[in-house]
Design a protein around this ligand. Structure first.
Ligand code: MLZ
Length: 501
């Protein structure tokens, strides 16, 4: 019989007795999770001659902490797609041994044992697919193993061949499937109530109800507005527990009924199951010392939250409690301040002045600014001061940016956060990465932190069951919609402004 792998996933010894060399019950089945699009990462990596960012770069991604153990040469049991099917029993799947040739994100290029140097049968599969198992799984579960028909003749003694190939090799950990399941668990549940940014008026928070949870991302329906929703990752800074807006002094659009119910909950500390407590949310550092706080009027550089391809001079508009403040992008002509955006002092998307200059990336001068933008001159012109360098998280907590330019990822389009798209790392600057959406123009690019929960390894959408937006097809490349985003009525008065949709 086939023994199970040990704790470290090493195959101790193999005496395969469940190998069937005559294909009577085989069935050709898909090797990957259900695919909702025709986009194929494997083919795309080949045609673009590119590599993906490894899963271990994404600390919010399932199995990130163990993924580096999955390396080329590792042995697997995978579905055998080259066997004849029996019409009486079309459901039975037949498996065969294979090894990993190359790992890219959650995907692997695999080769059946027995193919030798012949790569013609190599195929891509998602290592989290339910049809990928550790060596020993078929034996334990009474599932048939048979070599692919096209290579069956290559060995006369498959058992000895396999013992030589498999013994002492690494395979997936025994509890791999269980680990996948537990890493996909999310404490947020459908119908829970949160406070969420108003995508139409970003200076405002609103009340929202979770309507779907997929891969740790939440679809939040705005209360009292039918059909309007917003997708965020559960660790996002754009969602907060009920009562948060009142607590820190942020504007909130809510009914009197909501306000009094929340007051009651906070007073009694009795939380109904639909009201997640503060510990469900990403915890930010408490800022208590006055000299560690940003002050109204201070200038800095920030990724424009409404047009994330730009890093702009910005001003602390209003200081709220607990280290939060409202930030305004300089040059905005929205008079009602509805484009002010709430940040926490620990945000990684705000930078001390001259950050762009030091990192040799463009700083977009305030809209309408004439002449060459220089901070010294600008501070004098605006009679203002800059925020001290040591207040910034990116200075206080230096992180290693592990990405390389050209790596492929799946990235959330933050301006249309229901979309997770095929994307490429276009540039690095300190802890920032510029994400390019394949097939889309520069205006769609976004500067995000390298630890952002809005980028994922390739194969993530397939793993969690979310639709992946394929690259914009090249034939439409010259159309206007591909180069610039459609102008929206509530945009700031820049010819490039956008709003979150
Ligand atoms: N047409 C919409 C969505 C574009 C999505 C692009 N994603 C990379 C717009 O122009 O905003």
């Amino acid at each position: 019989m086939l023994t199970t792998p040990d704790e470290t996933g090493t195959i101790p010894f193999v005496i395969p007795n469940n190998i069937n060399s005559s294909h009577t019950n085989g069935h050709t089945a898909s090797t990957t999770l259900p695919d909702t699009t025709t986009f194929n990462w494997g083919n795309y990596l080949k045609t673009t001659d590119s590599h993906a960012a490894p899963v271990s770069y994404f600390c919010h991604a399932p199995l990130y902490d163990m993924w580096s153990q999955l390396t080329s040469g590792m042995k697997l049991e995978v579905i055998n797609t080259d066997c004849s099917s029996n019409s009486n029993d079309t459901k039975e799947k037949v498996f065969w041994f294979a090894y990993i040739v190359r790992v890219e994100g959650y995907l692997a290029l695999v080769r059946y044992e027995g193919c030798g140097e012949d790569s013609s049968m190599d195929f891509w599969c998602n290592l989290c697919s339910k049809d990928v198992h550790c060596v020993g799984w078929c034996g334990q579960n009474g599932v048939k193993l048979a070599p692919p028909r096209s290579i069956e003749h290559r060995q006369t003694d498959w058992k000895t061949f396999l013992i030589n190939k498999l013994v002492g090799s690494k395979t997936l950990p025994d509890n791999f499937r269980h680990k996948i399941q537990s890493s996909l668990r999310c404490s947020f549940k459908k119908n829970m109530i949160v406070e969420v940014i108003d995508k139409y008026r970003v200076s405002n928070m609103r009340v929202g109800k979770i309507s779907e949870v997929i891969g740790g991302r939440l679809r939040i329906n705005y209360e009292n507005t039918t059909g309007e929703h917003f997708w965020v990752h559960h660790t996002s800074e754009l969602i907060h527990p009920v009562g948060w807006s009142h607590e820190i002094g942020h504007e909130l659009e809510a009914t009197e009924e909501y306000r009094s119910e929340i007051a009651k909950i906070l007073e009694t500390n009795l939380y109904p199951a639909t009201i997640p407590t503060a510990d469900y949310f990403c915890n930010v550092e408490k800022i208590s010392k006055i000299d560690e706080q940003f002050k109204e009027g201070q200038k800095l550089e920030a990724v424009d939250p409404l047009e994330m391809s730009r890093i702009c001079p910005a001003t602390i508009g209003k200081v709220l409690k607990d280290g939060y403040f409202m930030l305004s992008i300089d040059g905005s002509s929205v008079e009602d301040r509805s484009d002010w955006f709430c940040y926490h002092s620990s945000s990684r998307l705000i930078f001390p002045i001259n950050f762009c200059k030091i990192n040799k990336i463009p700083l977009s001068p305030p809209i309408g600014y004439r002449g060459d933008f220089q901070w010294d001159k600008y501070l004098l012109e605006t009679n203002s001061v800059y925020a001290p360098k040591d207040l910034f998280q990116i200075i206080k907590k230096k992180t290693i940016n592990p990405f390389f330019v050209g790596m492929k990822v799946e990235a959330v389009d933050m301006m249309a956060p229901h979309l997770v798209c095929v994307a490429t790392i276009a540039e690095l600057a300190d802890s920032l990465i510029r994400v390019h959406f394949d097939g889309w123009g520069e205006d769609f690019e976004q500067w995000i932190d390298c630890q952002s929960p809005n980028i994922y390894p390739i194969g993530w959408c397939e793993l969690v069951g979310y639709k992946l937006e394929p690259p914009k097809p090249p034939e439409q490349e010259n159309s206007e919609s591909t180069k610039t985003r459609a102008k929206k009525p509530t945009n700031r008065k820049s010819n490039k402004r956008k709003r979150i949709t």
